[in-house]
Design a protein around this ligand. Sequence first.
Ligand SMILES: [Zn+2]
Ligand SMILES: [Zn+2]
Length: 288
Amino acid sequence: MTERLTETDKRVDSLTGAESVMVPTRQVRPNLPDSGCPFCPGGLETPRDYRTLAIPNRWPAMPDDRCEVLLYTSVHNKAFWQLGTSQVLHVVDLWTDRSRVLGARPDVDYVLIFENRGRLSGTTIDHPHGQLYALAETPAEPLNELVNGYMPSPPPDLIVSEDRNWQAWVPEAAKWPFELLIATNDGSRRLSDAGMDRVGLANILVDCLARLDQVFDQPMPYMMWIHQRPFTDEAFAPMPLHIHIAGMLRSAHTQRFMAAAEVGGGLYFNTVDPALAARKLSDLAGHR
Ligand SMILES: [Zn+2]
Ligand SMILES: [Zn+2]
């Protein structure tokens, strides 16, 4: 029986002000249940077939139903882009619905949706899925962008893909070898904003993630996270809804590690020139 989390043990580093959450309960979570994949229909978490599904995280990092697993499909062996635009539209709708529902809670300020893909990124279950954290406060990374008045404006030579109201490009100061920023120019700040171009978002996600898998002709391990506006109405600059993707391989056989100088210095050393990464990614076939 698992120990139930009753409160968030969030601590602030007295040296830096950085926040850490202590989650010893997650230390004992199994890599994979003995009964096989828990997310396949008939599995531990999903007795019936489904199109997409949000379920509570059995090993939450926080109490109060703030952690959800977002299942993208009932089919086990599929890359995100292989779902195709029609199924990815259902995924976008799942992200949007759960974001709206959790964002409406009075004890939720920020909804962070993210995905870890591949063992290198630390995922323990291969079945296509993302996660959601409904946070009481806006965390440091998006808060920093909001305070800085972050407004993406891609240099033309770094653009990788465009679709309707969305653009994808390699950030000029990328930290990761094959990093992408995908942002909308339709005025949306949150997934749930009326008029958010969900078709353009589905198309560009399918295309970009296909390109990442084509770079080294193998599944690219990545971290992906969605940045949207907090659910409080503080007066931040109008940051557009956007998605970060950090592709983690720098060659076919070499992963990029965050090394001591980077962790210790807060200064990042990326061995792949963003202009070259952008050219390589945009020259690939992608997927439409
Ligand atoms: Zn499965
Ligand atoms: Zn961001």
